[in-house]
Design a protein around this ligand. Structure first.
Ligand SMILES: NC(=O)c1ccc[n+]([C@@H]2O[C@H](COP(=O)([O-])OP(=O)(O)OC[C@H]3O[C@@H](n4cnc5c(N)ncnc54)[C@H](OP(=O)(O)O)[C@@H]3O)[C@@H](O)[C@H]2O)c1
Length: 305
């Protein structure tokens, strides 16, 4: 109970390792030194054995006395020992290993910091995009923003800034649905018309500042501005083309698709894939080929699921 308290060592593990390492180095160098002395004595002994004692006096290889070979082989072993102690061991001892590990750890830490910064930037970008989408959704929630499009089986919608087919029933339906409403379109689609379509208010999206249009046509610089410009309309239409459809897909509430039952090779503009988990089909009317229509086609209506 009152006995002498047991002494705990004051040296920590790392210091102990350093000391052990230093002792090992001393032993290695000592052994090398002894090797050197033995080598010198041995070499003298080999010379004397041949010259004075006459051991193997007649043994020669390529005209050279045997002891020369023996000394050279020994010298080679000594050099190998020397390299081991001063070069290999110096570069690959515990200290060297630790330095390499520290370098690696520092590199990994830098990489982790870089990734963290990148992640923060991406988070910010995602948050901004979500806020943007929410803002537009809030704007469109009161309206029935409708995409109207005619697309082939491969989603082709145009080539060389023009349509690829002529389906008079489809044009009639387009006219019937959009008349009296605002039609939002990209600058290229607008330029594909010979003149503005009657009885509809055109809203043209362009990044150009001074884009000239005929009287009555509204020019805006973004899809958000286009949606702002059609606030008074309870059913504005997005009428294309490819770039505008892609941006408007997450925002529209209704989709009026004319599916042309043919795959059009060589098209240069496409409608985005319709995500069936996002869109619910509400009606489908099939139209057969006749003298006015070269392809079968279906009018398909969707609402956001
Ligand atoms: N089958 C169908 O139902 C249907 C319907 C419509 C069109 N189309 C076809 O589609 C093709 C045209 O489509 P497209 O994709 O090439 O062009 P587009 O979507 O009609 O117009 C693209 C242009 O809109 C402007 N724009 C796009 N995004 C913008 C943004 N966020 N902010 C500001 N401006 C923006 C840019 O105009 P600036 O370059 O002036 O900045 C851009 O060059 C034609 O072949 C046409 O016949 C087919």
């Amino acid at each position: 109970m009152f006995g002498k308290k047991k002494e705990t060592p004051q040296i920590d593990k790392e210091q102990l390792e350093l000391i052990e390492n230093a002792q090992k180095r001393i032993r290695q160098k000592k052994r090398l030194y002894i090797h050197f002395v033995i080598f010198l004595i041995g070499a003298v002994f080999l010379i004397l054995a041949q010259t004075i004692l006459g051991i193997g006096k007649d043994t020669k290889l390529f005209g050279i006395e045997w002891f020369v070979y023996a000394i050279l082989i020994w010298l080679f072993l000594f050099i190998y020992h020397f390299i081991n102690v001063f070069i290999t061991n110096k570069f690959m001892n515990k200290e060297w290993e630790n330095q390499q590990i520290e370098k690696l750890v520092a590199k990994q830490r830098n990489r982790i910091d870089e990734l963290k910064t990148q992640l923060q930037k991406e988070d910010k970008h995602i948050a901004e995009t979500e806020v943007y989408q929410e803002k537009i959704k809030a704007k469109t929630s009161q309206q029935n923003l409708t995409i109207i499009v005619a697309a082939g089986e491969n989603n082709a919608i145009g080539k060389d800034n023009d349509l690829i087919w002529h389906l008079s029933e489809d044009l009639k339906r387009f006219k019937r649905l959009t008349s009296g409403h605002h039609i939002i379109m990209g600058r290229k689609t607008f330029e594909s018309f010979p003149k503005p379509l009657p009885n509809r208010t055109h809203v043209v999206i362009t990044r150009q500042i001074d884009y000239k249009v005929p009287e009555g046509v509204i020019v805006v610089n973004s899809l958000t501005d286009a949606i702002d410009a059609v606030k008074s309309d309870n059913q504005p239409f997005i009428i294309g083309g490819g770039e505008i459809y892609k941006q408007a897909m997450p925002l529209a509430n209704t989709l009026e698709l004319t599916r042309v039952h043919h795959s059009f090779e060589g098209a240069d503009t496409f409608f985005p894939e319709i995500d069936k988990s996002q869109w619910k089909e509400t009606s489908r009317i099939f139209n057969a080929i006749d003298d006015k229509h070269d392809y079968e086609f279906s009018f398909v209506s969707y609402v956001r699921a």
